[in-house]
Design a protein around this ligand. Sequence first.
Ligand code: C2E
Ligand code: MG
Ligand code: MG
Length: 739
Amino acid sequence: MSDVIDGFVFADEKHNVETNQATVWQILSVEDNQEYQASLINSLQKLKTVQGHPLQILTANSAFEAAAILSQHPNIALILLDVVMEDDDAGLRLVKTIREVMGNASIRIVLLTGQPGFAPEKQTMQALDIDEYWNKPDLTMDKLHSVTTSNLRTWHYIVQLTQAQQGLQMVIDAARTISSKSDIASFTNTVLSEIGKIVGITTGGIMCVRIEERSQSNIFHVVEAIGCYKDFSRLELSSETLYDINQNIAYVIKYKTSVLRTSQSIFYFETKDIDNNCYLMVVKSDTSISEANTNLLKVFSENISSGFTNIALLNRLTSIAYTNQDLNIPNRNWLLREIQNLNHKERIQSKLLLFDIKQFEEISFAFGSDYCVKVLLSVYQNIRQAIPHPIPIALSDTQQFTALLPCDVIIDEELQAQLTHQQFEFDDVVHNIDLAIIEMSLDNSFYYSASKILNLAESSLKESIHKPRSYIIHTQQDSETISRSYNLMGELRNAIKDRKLSVMLQPKVRLSDEHVVGFESLARWQLEDGTYVRPDEFIPIAETAGLIYNLDCLIFEKTLEALQQLSCADIHLPVAFNASSIDIQHPHYYEFIRSRLENSGLSSELLELEITETQAMDDYQNVQARLQKFIELGIRISIDDFGTGHSSLAHITHLNANYLKVDRSFVTNIGIEGNNKHIVQMVIDLGHNFKFDIIAEGIETNEQKQILRDMGCELGQGYLFAKPMPVSSLIPWLNQKLS
Ligand code: C2E
Ligand code: MG
Ligand code: MG
């Protein structure tokens, strides 16, 4: 079986030949002729070392034995192989096994044969990477020595190249691992462990030190440390302590350069351009770091260097992204991130305070942006000082601060007053600023995203403008209401896009005989689950979400379709559609109505436009001028919900309209003594004086109808006569009424 030649080198180191300084190089002689093998070994023993490496010769007497030895000794450098052994091509089969089965590409192979005719073909030699082929009688001792020496050298190069390739792959992998780290602590941690892997440090240690330059003496912060330096981790060291650790450190800092030694290396990196920092990486290995590994470290240090730069850049960008640059305080992104990072328990224990500076736009308009910055800073300082807790405060919008604070910080009435009415002095002037404040607990908010939470609080803040108090506590119910509107807004956008809204028509009648004189077209929205959303809910949502124009255009087209259907049923009565002041002032609205009407072939007399009194008065001059164009087109105008707009009576004379619709709220209570009766009477009288037709909305009882008739109101609309219904029901209803 296998044999290790005793007395050559490292007799008993079958499994441990690579100890000490120069490793042993192994040669395997495979030869079935014992005599020839003995003389071969004899000649080889005279060679002793190659490039300072002692040689060890292993022997096998058959291809089979050789395969067993090769699998036990994966680092054999050279094989001297007899071609003809068990059979004629036993040697070549072994070569195939080595190259193709064992996958050993580095081992050098020299074929030997006693019969020249058995030489393999040139292609086979190349394919199997066989280096040489020798006729045994030609292989003198000198030639054997030179063949062995040159092949061992080649093997050494191949091994070095393979290691370098693997090392480079490690560097690439390590670089990839470190590049995914975005904070300096986890970055250095990864760098240290990757350096450890590259160098193969088992003892020794590595540490990363950030140098803070001071005028007197530098301060050294150990960012991370492993191995023998572990105890220094996260400490602040004096220069004396650091220089004790490694004397070269003083040199490295002075000359801002890396020093690479076989057992101690110090790398120097700086990110001064970005954040004025520099770093040292001290690597200590108890066994010497090989030249190849030192080179790899050099390559890797380039990656570390750019890694430090990237992190410094990232930190800089992060600070820009999360800070308001004018005030140098956290911004909205920062706030959102803070909220998002709260875990369930922390959310339960937290609340938000939103501060909105009232009339900020006016202040900005009157006094300019420099003044606004001063106001913001003063408000910010005031909030900081007033709240008895060190809390982070962000500028969450142009005029709005948000503080995130623990639930148990109580804002009592006195503090509320102090926060809502602030007084401060700058430029020698005392300034008074009022704030609206929302307090919102984050309890129950776990399933909401940070931006949803902030939006909820902001919606409450907007709502609070209508409330007399300036300090409002946002409740869970507020959240639910706002959430529903928020969800509906998304659905409404789709419903309009998909034309999923429909219309119902409600008859308008002559009060004297309940003869139908026309209809009002009302928008209807049915959700996927079959339920209807009331227009009182979705119309305001459409207005806030900027969807009202699209909604009204869609409803107008549906109204024209309804009119066509009525016309086909030989019903030629006018239908009113509702429009908002946003529509009326929209640059394309008039043209939209005109062209759709023209395309329909319907008469403009079959259309009435209803606009609420409040909206008609909104931008009075402008809206009136535009309404005039509709009148010229032949469309009549109704002023809807009349009486609710207060400013109305003064302007009634100038209203470009044909009808006044008395609001349902007056009609509902009209039978109750002392109520709005006299107001309704006044509206009817005034309306008549100015040639308006009066129509009363929401008539539900005969009593209401009678009172209104007695007051001189000719027309009415209400459940007493008919509820709004789809055209398909309206046509049979009308036919039945006429029959
Ligand atoms: P409006 O234009 O004043 O419409 C009359 C509302 O009173 C309708 O409510 C109608 O169903 C209801 N009503 C009629 N008679 C009675 C009654 O006897 N008793 C009671 N309790 N209610 C009655 P609806 O359909 O819920 O519409 C509410 C409001 O939504 C409308 O008030 C109108 O301002 C707005 N709206 C409806 N459709 C549209 C539209 O297509 N565009 C715009 N911009 N607004 C619309
Ligand atoms: Mg209406
Ligand atoms: Mg109305």
